[in-house]
Write a protein that binds this ligand. Structure first.
Ligand code: UDP
Length: 247
């Protein structure tokens, strides 16, 4: 399997296909040592470029998946291409299928009250046999009691859907005490599974226009989305710098 890391503006992505990502996740689940996986898109990569501490948390993950066309484009500009994007929500869906097949358990943490339960019901409908061993919303005050609740169920997989950088900080901070196989930071994925936030039509996803769909649905995201062109510009600048060094 291709285990090479690809450096995209200081963020070290695993150069894996979806199949390879699931295979690697399966290995980590088997080890049951509180591994964590992050799914940075270009906006998050931009954040990581500005914040060394956040970057260290991302690069300290056991699996770093390129969530989105922006990251793939950045890698291409830098002339160290990634095999492709591995969208967090699709990866999560594949893992739910894997757990259903293996009789594994899944804990859903995050989003507004009631959403994780709804997401769980939909996931079980899609993947019969999947065991949802617990759910909790993402608007808690006391992290220790959340950790305790999760540990009572010892899940194989924990979806951590608190938005970035909160979810990445949560996973890194509690990695040692959490009794889980693999945890994954998945942003707004529970809203997606619950059906309260719809994904873009398939043709838009195919044409790499998912960002445009989200912008039309949630115009307040514009500020955050401006990080994408900034990220692309930074990649181009970095490429020129590297070109000069080698040329
Ligand atoms: N969220 C949460 N706790 C918080 C802040 C946010 O559970 O303290 C949830 C929020 O309800 C949403 C998700 O985190 O479901 C963040 O979604 P967003 O689309 O902003 O994340 P992205 O995928 O873009 O990182």
């Amino acid at each position: 399997m291709c285990r090479l890391k690809i450096d995209v503006m200081g963020v070290l992505f695993d150069n894996v296909t979806m199949e390879q990502a699931v295979e690697r996740a399966a290995g980590l689940i088997g080890e049951h040592r509180g591994a964590y996986c992050v799914t940075p898109n270009a906006e998050i990569a931009w954040e990581a470029m500005q914040d060394e501490g956040f970057r260290a948390i991302i690069n300290g993950a056991d699996l770093v998946l390129p969530d989105g066309a922006g990251v793939v484009l950045g890698a291409k500009i830098l002339e160290r291409p990634l095999q492709g994007k591995v969208a967090g929500i699709d990866f999560a869906d594949r893992l739910a299928g894997y757990l259903a097949d293996k009789g594994g358990s899944l804990y859903l943490l995050g989003s507004k009250p009631g959403i994780a339960e709804l997401a769980g019901e939909n996931l079980v409908k899609k993947h019969p046999g999947l065991k949802i061993c617990g759910t909790a919303d993402g608007y808690f005050q006391d992290e220790a009691s959340v950790v305790e609740k999760i540990n009572e169920t010892k899940p194989d997989v924990l979806f951590v859907c608190l938005g970035a950088p909160k979810q990445e900080r949560f996973m890194a901070a509690h990695k040692e005490e959490l009794n889980v196989g693999l945890m994954i930071g998945l942003g707004g994925s529970l809203d997606g599974f619950a059906g309260t936030v719809k994904r873009a039509p398939k043709w838009m996803i195919r044409c790499n226009l998912e960002w445009l769909y989200r912008l039309i649905k949630e115009p307040r995201r514009l500020g955050r989305m401006m990080r994408l062109p900034k990220f692309v510009r930074a990649c181009k600048k970095q490429r020129r710098r590297e070109g000069k060094r080698h040329g």
